[in-house]
Design a protein around this ligand. Structure first.
Ligand code: HEM
Length: 405
């Protein structure tokens, strides 16, 4: 197969035919080849990798770079083109080691499973008080607007010490960065606004440190000279942008599954100990980073029958790999007791594996517990067919989730 054979390079991303399953051609590509050529929105050709084994091996392979300015790097959206034009403000998700690990390691301790467990009581309280208010409201209530959107943003704001009154502004600006409905100029403006907002927040903590993560970074890294404010701005922006929309989208889809899959709700109600496993299973099943992760080869790499040449782009489909029947039997079924569900690829793999995964899991677990407890009779207030799904390039989601009880 050559890079220029148009008939063999379908457009990517592909269209879904069902709101809860990945586009069907992905399964055919997974069965047919180790990697397939696809055509991106800007006309460029890249390799698409769909099997669990190959996605995992490439994400763990240092011969692939995450640096967007690298030759052949796939441009998933117009935003990625913009990011490529501003390498000086890249965050560590777009860097290779050793620079990536120099910056990531400054945050690792705060995001360890045992560290974020300390946040569980506060997250539980936040969810409980939010659900008490929802339960007291007149149904129908939109759980996206009232629960799944605001809570992850409030959790990150809590982590970073963002003042309550600034949260709406921050949420609105970061939404522009992850939505494909905006022009390149609008995206650029939102990014600049957000950077300015974060810089002012950091400056306030330099003047007067408190107990939040930004203050810890100021005291432990910035003051001793390990980190500059110019590096800290994209680092904090990454936490805001990576941790909000993702968790919000996943949470809404989890609740949708809870309300539409009676077997799932019954099992979790009968045995709440199944909730952590169910959260991993729902992460696998929905895989909200639906179009996958981009990398470029820096050396020639043989992947099964395919030779990926240095300077060629690769897209790793997390959705396809999480529905790979070779790894997960009956992959299109949600099984909260699935053995090894936690080996899913929804958080990626390798050096860039999601830093916030333990925090996200706590939020998602506590949200399921809280909804089961506080809204035991909740059900969809509209027919499933009327729900509006959001097909953003970076993540999949649902626009509103009206429920009644
Ligand atoms: C990286 C998914 C929540 C912070 C990633 C990656 C994925 C991902 C797939 C890998 C990107 C790559 O390899 O290019 C998710 C999902 C989430 C979630 C599905 C929720 C359900 C969070 C939260 C935070 C966070 C809550 C923090 C508050 C990060 C950071 C990285 C990252 C900092 C970059 C890690 C690195 O480059 O070393 N996430 N994420 N994420 N995520 Fe998450």
């Amino acid at each position: 197969m050559t890079l220029h054979d148009e008939t063999l390079a379908p457009a990517y991303p592909m269209e879904r035919t069902s709101p809860i399953d990945p586009p069907p051609p992905l399964a055919a590509l997974r069965a047919g080849a180790d990697a397939s050529q696809v055509t991106m929105w800007d006309g460029s050709r890249v390799w698409l990798v769909t099997s669990y084994a190959h996605v995992r091996s490439i994400l763990g392979d240092r011969r692939f770079t995450a640096v967007t300015s690298a030759p052949g790097f796939p441009m998933m959206t117009r935003t990625s083109t913009l990011i490529r034009s501003q390498p000086q403000s890249a965050s560590f998700i777009r860097m290779d080691d050793p620079e990536h690990s120099r910056l990531r390691s400054m945050l690792t301790r705060e995001f360890l499973q045992r560290s974020v467990e300390d946040m569980r009581p506060a997250i539980k309280d936040l969810l409980d008080s939010t659900l008490v208010k929802i339960a007291a409201a007149q149904p129908p209530v939109d759980l996206v607007a009232r629960l799944t959107q605001p809570v992850p943003s409030q959790v990150i704001a809590l982590l970073l010490g963002i003042p309550d009154e600034a949260q709406d502004y921050f949420t609105e600006r970061s939404a522009v960065l992850i939505d494909r409905g905006y022009t390149a100029d609008e995206v650029k403006a939102a990014r600049e606004d957000l950077d300015q907002f974060i810089r002012e927040h950091i400056e306030s903590r330099i003047e007067e440190p408190r107990s939040d993560l930004v203050s810890k970074l100021v005291v432990e890294q910035l003051r001793p000279g390990n980190l500059t404010i110019d590096e800290m701005v994209p680092m904090c922006r990454l936490l805001l942008v990576a941790g909000h929309g993702t968790t919000a989208s996943q949470a809404a889809l989890n609740l949708l599954s809870l309300f539409t899959d009676a077997g799932l709700a019954d099992k979790l109600r009968a045995n709440p100990d199944l909730v952590p496993g169910a959260v991993d299973e729902l992460l696998r099943f929905h895989t909200i980073v639906q179009n996958g992760l981009a990398r470029a080869a820096t050396e020639d790499v043989q992947l099964g029958d395919v030779l990926i040449k240095a300077g060629e782009g690769v897209v790793l489909s997390l959705s396809a790999s999480n529905r790979d029947e070779q790894r997960f039997p009956s992959p299109d079924t949600i099984d909260p007791q699935r053995a090894d569900a936690r080996r899913h690829m929804a958080f990626g793999h390798g050096i860039h594996q999601c830093l916030g995964m333990w925090l996200a899991k706590i939020e998602l677990e506590e949200m399921l517990h809280a909804v089961l407890r506080r809204l035991p009779d909740a059900r969809l207030a509209v027919p499933f067919e009327e729900l509006e799904f959001r097909h953003e390039v970076s993540s999949y989601g649902i626009a509103t989730l009206p429920v009644t009880w």
